[in-house]
Ligand binder design. Structure first.
Ligand code: NAD
Length: 419
């Protein structure tokens, strides 16, 4: 097995406040206590900064080795200076606009962040590291760059030609090409992985699985695109994170690795699975939310009660099927998906239930006001979930380090940085 000799002491993780990024940050921060994790995230609507903060003994703070900088990856000056000031010697790049529906409505921002933002990071890395550097640039991409498959076609391999269907996947494909071009032109030590659909806690509510779960929690009808026959290969986010860890340290320079869950499920079947698990585990909540009476027939819940769903107009250009062959990663680097799907889904349902019972409000539902500090109580823990906008707008530079305070309240300090 090829072992990468790189040893990152100052690892830049972009998009670390997003769904997958926050799991990566938490995993790396715990597993590599001697590595300083520098998180750069613009904190768009899709992020939730609290997912990478710790709540201990009524204190909200940061893990010792995590340093957060609020910045846009397109900001040339800030990104350049982060490389210099933080002596970055490794990058895991996850920051992106990630929702296909949004890319159909507003494609430009996908090109700006996913293509121009990636290019900016590549330039900053190349300029600071120089050509032929052993430092690693890891670009996180998607299986959607390959387009879609007919029902009887073999899963995507690393050799499948790119054929993106949506503005989102086209922007990701473009960024993949730029990373490869920097590998070829400047001998940059890059790796790329193309992963299938992830599920798990911390995903923004706009995505399919949170939509399904939130409808169930609220007693609403679940919207189903088209006929619900589209197939996705679902992977537990924690398994993706372990693959990222494996590839970052052990992947071969200039290689691409596909990551998949070996878990193809049609949207209709996925909804039925989630429905059955939810009713099985939270019967009373389900009956109350929908005003249903209990039934005792010995059939699966989705047959017993009927799934409360409605068919809605299909997404434009909706990809029919994704399926990923991750043999290369499994054989070469020994990774495999481990999480039992039902177990992972219960954890995911529990998370969205927790958000509801905690009265947690995502930032996009309520604009922060100057000085907002809101505490909620539950399970004997208080959670600070909402910060005043002035926390990061007082200074003109726009990027800050946040430091846990001794008095139980998090202090937000400007990042000390000289232009
Ligand atoms: N979610 C999936 O199923 C999946 C599957 C395969 C690959 N991916 C890829 O993994 C990466 C992470 O996906 P995710 O689902 O966690 O996305 P996400 O939308 O949940 O998070 C993206 C993060 O990037 C940040 N961001 C967006 N624009 C930025 C900018 N201009 N500057 C700095 N930060 C910015 C956001 O604030 C957010 O925290 C993406 O590159 C995506 O293409 C996702």
């Amino acid at each position: 097995m090829y072992i990468c000799t790189m040893n990152s002491k100052n690892l830049l993780i972009t998009g670390g406040a997003g769904f997958i990024g926050s799991h990566v940050v938490n995993y790396f921060a715990d597993k590599y206590p001697d590595t300083r994790i520098i998180v750069v995230d613009a904190l768009t609507y899709a992020s939730n900064i609290h997912n990478i903060m710790e709540v201990n003994d009524f204190k909200v703070g940061w893990k010792e080795n995590v340093l957060f900088i609020k910045s846009d990856i397109r900001d040339v000056e800030v990104i350049t200076n982060i490389f210099i000031r933080c002596e970055i010697d490794g990058v895991i790049h996850l920051a992106a606009e990630s929702h296909v529906d949004n890319s159909i409505e507003t494609p430009n921002i996908f090109v700006e962040t996913n293509v121009m933002g990636t290019l900016n990071l590549l330039n900053a890395a190349k300029n600071y590291w120089g050509e032929n550097s052993p430092n690693r640039f890891y670009h996180i991409s998607t299986d959607e760059v390959y387009g879609d498959l007919k029902m009887d076609e073999a899963p995507f391999t690393e050799m499948t030609p790119y054929n993106p269907s949506s503005p989102y996947s086209a922007s990701k494909a473009s960024s993949d090409h730029f990373v490869r071009a920097y590998g070829r032109t400047f001998n940059m030590n890059y790796v790329i992985s193309n992963c299938s659909n992830n599920y798990g806690p911390y995903q923004h509510k706009e995505k399919l699985i949170p939509v399904v779960i939130n409808c169930l929690l609220e007693g609403k009808k679940i919207p189903v695109y088209g006929e619900g026959l589209n197939v996705r290969d679902w992977l537990w986010v924690g398994d993706h994170v372990k693959a990222i860890d494996t590839i970052f340290f052990n992947g071969r320079k200039g290689q691409t690795y596909n990551i998949g869950g070996d878990n193809e499920i049609s949207n209709l079947k996925l909804i039925a699975l989630i429905f059955d698990l939810y009713v099985e585990n939270y019967k009373e909540k389900f009956l109350n939310a929908y005003n249903f009476d209990e039934k005792n027939e010995l059939v699966p819940n989705h047959i017993k009660y009927g799934i409360p769903s409605k068919f809605v107009t299909d997404r434009k250009g909706h990809d029919l099927r994704y399926a990923v062959n991750s043999n290369k990663l499994q054989v070469e680097l020994g990774w495999k998906p481990e999480k039992d799907f039902a177990e992972g889904m219960i954890e995911t349902i529990d998370y969205y239930l927790y958000l509801k019972t905690q009265g947690w409000i995502p930032l996009d539902e309520k604009e922060p006001k100057i000085g907002d500090l809101v505490w909620t109580k539950g399970d004997g823990l208080s959670k600070l979930y909402y910060f005043g906008e002035n926390s990061w707008s007082e200074d003109s530079d726009g990027y800050y380090i946040f430091v846990g305070g001794e008095d139980g309240i998090t202090h937000w300090k400007p990042y000390i940085y000289e232009k």
